[in-house]
Design a protein around this ligand. Sequence first.
Ligand code: FES
Length: 207
Amino acid sequence: MSELLQLGAPNERPRAPKAGEVKLNFSEQGIAELEALISHYPNKKAVILPGLWLAQREYGGYLNGEAIAEVAFRLNRPYAEVEGVATFYTLYNTAHEPGRHKLELCTCLSCMVNGGYELRDHICAKLGVRHGETTADGVFTFEEVECLNACDRAVCMQVGDQYYGPMTKESVDELLEKLRNDPDSTVVEYANSVVRTQLRDVEATPK
Ligand code: FES
């Protein structure tokens, strides 16, 4: 049985900042983008999901308590409400700070029968991590995930906003080498591409 199914995913909650500790870190560009999003939704509550993507980009890929508090402050919503949304969806990085690249390997049915568990074991042995852990050098976080809806590419792996597959041990090794030499965070790039898509959608939608 998959280790993921045996153990369940780690689900630490972000530490909420104390009152008076909240610092606002959004860039001017991020504030302007949030305002653009707010102007196209019926109320600020409806902006929590896109606001969290923006915060994930602005905070370097990690929604810690400060990031969640800033979204709550800027949307005038309770911290607990925003934290509840952020920790419900695994696409938001709240359990721990991810590495520069998050490897999300599918081991659901189609990928499992095509060697997903063997690839998982290969990656974990090569990087010295288990599900949900980050390498000591902060480059890679590994996560075993459920179906990525790309079963025709089994075994499929997501890194940032890209899908790779069908993966083999050789193609995994090649990809890891390429990513290791990539100084840009695919975690941040992924959050940014979601923000850009949301802004394109709101710009195309009449108020
Ligand atoms: S089972 Fe892996 S992408 Fe669907």
